[in-house]
Design a protein around this ligand. Structure first.
Ligand code: NAG
Length: 287
């Protein structure tokens, strides 16, 4: 008897589990169809899924603390994906900014631009600042900064040119240009310039913004929009602030030049602008 009943019970059990399995399969199938049709959607975990070029996605993307007591909050902000541009707040300490200015001060010379025909330096009205180069790795403080730039950019220290320190007085500016070269001469050592780290060594009362006139996205969504000069409002702008570092890429990830990296320095309207630039090459740059 027991032997006869046993298979019947099992038979009922397996038919009910088949039913449950079928229902589960049917349910999953319906959910998949709804997902495919876009009627259902999986909620984003961050709650801030936005279009890549929507500059309103400006957020604190990472907290950085390197254990020293600068007392200033350090964090990185994505300001644009076209060009790829990031601001690292309080990258340099006040002491480091003053150190670089004082190193450079006795050696300042009128800035030049590269002649795209000959590759040689030439005087120019499009660039009216004065500046000087500091040899790569010249002392402990400079080496420290260069190491930090390397950590920030993921590019080796050896790919960097020497730091250039620049000074802009009232009315001085740098018209929009590309940092990548259009000639053969300047790419012999290190290849093309791939990225630029621009550090602000002083605050500027008015003007002196770094402007990207070809940036894609909503240029007025930056927090400092209302503080920008007319020139600054001509594109995506970064307002100079002592210690902040702006990183932007002149090349896309596939190593083609990125025309949206066009940038300039707006004329200083009030105050003084000191900045320091690190140009980074695709290959090792023999210093
Ligand atoms: C751009 O951003 C500003 C500030 O967030 C906003 O008021 C404006 O509506 C935005 N414009 C567009 C076209 O999205």
């Amino acid at each position: 008897m027991a032997k006869a009943r046993y298979p019947r019970v099992q038979g009922r059990k397996s038919s009910s589990s088949t039913l449950i399995l079928t229902m589960l399969l049917a349910f999953s199938f319906i959910v998949l169809i709804l997902l495919a049709l876009g009627i259902l959607s999986i909620p984003s975990t961050s709650g801030s899924a936005r279009k890549a070029n929507d500059l309103s996605s400006i957020v604190h993307t990472s907290m950085v603390s390197d254990g020293d007591d600068r007392g200033e909050e350090q964090w990185v902000e994505v300001i644009s994906w076209e060009p790829r541009a990031f601001v690292y707040h309080n990258f340099l300490s006040k002491d480091e900014c003053e150190y670089l200015i004082n190193l450079a001060k006795p050696h300042m010379q009128k800035s030049t631009v590269v002649d795209s025909a000959t590759g040689k330096s030439k005087d120019s009205r499009v660039r009216t600042s004065s500046g000087t180069f500091l040899a790569r790795g010249r002392d402990k403080i400079v080496r420290d900064i260069e190491k930090r730039i390397s950590d920030f950019t993921f590019m080796p220290v050896e790919h960097g040119e020497g730091l250039q320190v620049l000074h802009y007085e009232v009315g001085q500016k740098y018209e929009p240009h590309y940092d990548y070269f259009q000639d053969e001469f300047n790419t012999k050592n290190g290849g093309q310039r791939i990225a630029t780290v621009l550090m602000y060594l002083s605050d500027v009362e008015e003007g002196g913004e770094t402007v990207f006139p070809a940036a894609k996205g909503n240029i007025s969504s930056v927090r400092w929009w209302n503080e920008l000069s007319e020139c600054g409002k001509g594109g995506l702008s970064v307002k100079p602030k002592m210690g902040d570092a702006l990183l932007f890429w002149s090349m896309r990830p596939d190593a083609t030049p990125d025309p949206s990296s066009l940038h300039g320095g707006c004329a200083v309207i009030k105050g003084n602008k000191w900045s320091s630039t690190k140009w980074i090459r695709v290959n090792e740059y023999k210093a």
